[in-house]
Ligand binder design. Structure first.
Ligand SMILES: [Zn+2]
Length: 163
């Protein structure tokens, strides 16, 4: 994981998006496949639709986040979005708090995995914008107790994670 080089992006995002308190940048497996394909995964099921809104694909990225100019461009590419795919790189998820950012991050990963599986199985019919909007969770509430449950699970797996 490139925690230190990604610092520039985090700083730019905090400047450009005062609403954002949490920035998650990762190289997760399933969203990474779509980032590498330079395609936005369609929404095929309800769990993939928990988070709605545009998913920008930033496809002019060629360096690392160490370059401040590129960091600024990536942050600008995100715009007002909740998340973005970074072509041939990974994912970028923002939120007002950990609970919201976590829901967005796991929804992106679920959506990416499900879309990959559906297309592997021969394809399906993506949900419409209206259908997605109808099942998306309101950002204010998120998914009750999901963050807490996941945090407890992680602590059980690795009790030293907070040390
Ligand atoms: Zn990275």
């Amino acid at each position: 994981m490139d925690v230190t080089p990604a610092l520039g992006l985090h700083i730019q995002l905090h400047r450009l998006r005062p609403d954002v308190n949490v920035v998650i940048h990762n190289h997760a497996r399933w969203s990474g496949i779509w980032a590498n394909m330079q395609r936005v995964p369609p929404v095929y099921d309800q769990s993939s639709a928990y988070v709605d809104g545009p998913l920008p694909l930033y496809n002019e990225y060629t360096g690392t986040f160490e370059d401040e100019d590129k960091s600024l461009t990536a942050a600008k590419a995100l715009g007002d979005a909740k998340w973005a795919l970074l072509a041939n790189h990974g994912a970028l998820v923002v939120g007002k708090d950990l609970r919201q950012a976590h829901l967005r991050a796991i929804t992106l990963e679920w959506r990416s995995r499900r879309a990959y599986e559906v297309e592997l199985a021969g394809g399906g019919t993506p949900m419409t914008e209206e259908q997605i909007a109808a099942v998306a969770l309101p950002d204010q509430n998120g998914f009750p107790f999901l963050w807490e449950a996941m945090a407890r699970r992680e602590l059980r797996r690795d009790p030293g994670v907070l040390e």
